[in-house]
Design a protein. Structure first.
Length: 170
């Protein structure tokens, strides 16, 4: 199972596709849910703690608008957990949006900078493009299964090799 970051980070469609392929979508809804049900938060609907603005500074400079920093305080930790990413460009609000173009740009930049396996697609305009997009996403997610199995096999071989070398030294 691979943790997959999604852009837009609250796309229920992408979350569903990722879950159906056995991976974990790093979606905004789950992060926000933790904030909403946390008993330590005394001031709903603000749902912030004193540490949240400080967390946002890790991802965005002090000169960046506070809304971007606030969003990044929630989205940033998801990006750090990510092992892969799916980015959909030019998506309409109904597909999923965080309501802030600057946060979208910063999030996309941060993911690209990390060098993760990433699939970037344009939002489809026709039925054929939609089918093609879903097929590309499924193929990408299947390739993650293959690459994670290969890396596990390589790790097993490395452990076996080091165990054999250690046994020879005794």
């Amino acid at each position: 199972m691979v943790k997959v970051a999604i852009i837009p980070p609250n796309s229920m469609i992408l979350s569903d596709l990722i879950e159906r392929k056995g991976h974990e979508p790093l979606a905004l809804q789950k992060a926000v849910r933790k904030k909403v049900i946390d008993p330590e938060i005394d001031s709903p609907p603000m749902n912030i703690t004193e540490e949240d603005p400080i967390k946002g500074l890790k991802y965005a400079a002090i000169e960046v608008p506070s809304g971007v920093r606030g969003r990044m305080a929630i989205i940033g930790p998801l990006l750090e957990e990510a092992e892969a990413a799916i980015i959909i460009d030019d998506a309409p609000f109904g597909f999923g949006c965080i309501g802030c173009a600057r946060t979208n740009e910063l999030t996309t930049f941060t993911l690209r900078k990390r060098g993760l396996p990433t699939l970037e697609l344009k939002y489809p305009k026709t039925r054929d493009e939609t089918v093609d997009m879903v097929n590309k996403i499924n193929t990408f997610l299947d390739s993650l299964n293959t690459s994670s199995k290969e890396s596990n096999t390589e790790n097993d071989l490395d452990v076996e090799k080091s165990n054999t070398q250690n046994m020879g030294e005794n």
